[in-house]
Design a protein around this ligand. Structure first.
Ligand code: EPU
Length: 489
């Protein structure tokens, strides 16, 4: 499902670079998100993983990246000091911290002490912090501009659009463009804000929005339940005058999390978690302390990894209720799945059976778990039909899976995957966060050592991935890739 927004000519000040480009030394202590073991964030880093592993043990999942980033933006809505806890210690959070600093906020990170992975590991699981608490001191009048040099590294920076427009009546945010998983439009963000009285234009690669007389309530129907548009519109509506109704709103747990935080700041939002959000604007909000909801995508990644390696993994820190369809697919594949309130266990002692998967907005099967579903299908008995409905570029990574010997044929937004008993190790390249994690997990099912390059993508979504893998029994290392020779004429 893609929609496009019409914007004017690209920025003249644009510098080359990709979304998710690494930011060296982004953490105050200079360490990378990987803790003691993995102190560099570098686009030439590789992960080498030995195949034939069986994952076993317990792994703890911290707060969701896709919630924490928006919670940090939501803090902009109230002057004063907000504290967000259980924030994943990953590159994207460091970039969002920098976005807020440039808007005049004081931002500090303090590592949390939390449970680490335990199991029949081959090496130390690592005791580096996976999460942190972020303190954000927001000035009375935060800045109004988010530059391309940060937005191109973190597409989610676009979520400052709604809160800044609501607070300042003017905002200029670099247009994030598309990325490796697809075209990623902004038309619903723009149309919704316009319904609330904003005047919006695109110029030199920036989205410029102004509402000098303030925003007003409106009835907004989203063509598609976009996560980002719902978040931006909710954050704008909480300070608008009057009532806003957003129909066909996204229902993701991360939306519920942000609405919960906003209501605790004094907002009046009803219907979080349903398709209709009703928001009565209030004149001001107050700062808050809020704990980020557990990361269902990281939790789901471990669930699929357990099934693919015929392992036995208990995942704590994320509610299985947010993964109902994904866990149900694993049951259909032959897994035994046990659930508790915020933990679950996945066991499998035979080759998985092929299952079909269709990605859809929540509560459907998450698009962010598509690489894991393809990985599972690649080693399952039988053929699976995997359908992607959210991002037009999600299947890009299947070429890398083919290098691992996976038998995958794509046609539009469908992929037919014929399972193989074993994959075959090869050097492969991560193209985005989830594809990167999916390739590492697929490497667990290959003969020999698989080398995944460009692993800075993985750092963007998985705090201390290497240590968690080790703790669950995987032989894995992170290394700097040998320098590539330069060829000249
Ligand atoms: N879309 C439009 N116009 C819009 C908004 C969205 O055409 O105005 C399209 C997009 O191009 C896409 C589809 O609608 O094809 C879904 O986009 P959505 O807005 O729902 O996604 P998002 O907010 O850009 C977030 C997550 C993604 C996750 C999706 C879907 C963050 C920072 N990102 O993106 O996470 O896949 O929702 O659940 O919250 C990831 O973590 O690796 C990741 C990509």
């Amino acid at each position: 499902m893609t929609h496009s927004v019409r914007m004017s000519a690209p920025t003249t000040s644009a510098r080359p670079g990709a979304v998710g480009e690494p930011v060296a030394g982004a953490w105050p202590d200079g360490a990378g998100p990987g803790g003691a073991d993995d102190s560099t964030i570098c686009d030439v880093d590789v992960i080498r993983v030995s195949g034939g592993a069986r994952l076993a043990g317990q792994v703890h999942v911290v707060g969701a990246k896709n919630s924490a980033l928006k919670l940090m933006a939501a803090a902009l809505l109230a002057p004063g000091q907000s504290v967000i806890t259980n924030v994943p210690r990953i590159t994207d959070i460091a970039i969002m911290g920098e976005v807020l600093r440039r808007l005049g906020c004081q931002v500090s990170f303090v590592d949390d002490a939390g449970p680490v992975t335990t199991g029949g590991g081959t090496g130390p699981a690592g005791d580096g912090a996976r999460s942190c608490s972020v303190t954000i001191d927001v000035p009375e009048a935060p800045g109004t501009e988010a530059d391309y040099d940060l937005v191109r590294r973190l597409r989610a920076s676009i979520c400052v659009l709604g809160p800044l427009l609501a607070r300042r009546g003017y905002v200029r945010v670099a247009h994030p463009g598309g990325d490796a998983i697809g075209s990623r439009g902004l038309d619903m963000h723009v149309a919704g804000l316009a319904r609330m009285g904003a005047d919006i234009s695109g110029e030199h690669g920036f989205v410029i929005a102004s509402a000098p007389r303030g925003l007003h309530g409106a009835t907004i129907w989203l063509d598609f339940p976009s996560v980002g548009a719902t978040e931006n519109l909710v954050m704008a509506a909480v300070l608008a005058s009057g009532m806003t109704e957003i129909d066909n709103a996204a229902r993701e747990p991360e939306i519920v999390d942000i609405c919960t935080m906003l209501n605790r700041m004094g907002a009046r939002i009803e219907g979080a978690g349903t398709s209709t959000l009703r928001i009565e604007g209030v004149p001001e909000l107050r700062p808050v302390r809020h704990a980020t909801v557990g990361d269902r995508i990281v939790a789901g990644t471990w669930a699929f990894a357990a099934a693919m390696t015929r392992g036995d993994v208990t995942v704590t820190g994320a509610s299985p209720a947010f993964l109902e369809i994904a866990l149900d697919k694993l049951v259909s594949a032959g897994c035994l799945v046990e659930t508790r309130v915020d933990a679950f266990r996945v066991q499998l002692d035979r080759r998985p059976s092929a299952v079909d998967v269709v990605t859809l907005p929540f509560p459907g099967f998450a698009t962010d778990l598509l690489p894991m579903a393809i990985g599972l299908a690649s080693v399952s008995e039988g053929a699976s039909l995997v359908t992607e409905n959210i991002f037009d570029g999600r299947f890009m990574f299947v070429n890398e899976m083919a290098r691992l010997g996976a038998d995958i044929k794509t046609d539009g937004h469908h992929a037919v995957v014929r399972g193989r008993e074993r994959l075959s190790s090869a050097p492969v390249r991560a193209t985005d966060i989830r594809a990167g994690a999916g390739l590492v997990i697929a490497g667990l099912c290959a003969d020999g050592v698989t080398e995944v390059s460009h692993v800075h993508h993985v750092d963007r979504g998985y705090p201390d991935f290497i240590s968690d893998l080790r703790g669950l029994g995987v032989e894995v290392e992170r290394a700097t890739a040998p320098e590539e020779p330069a060829f000249t004429l």
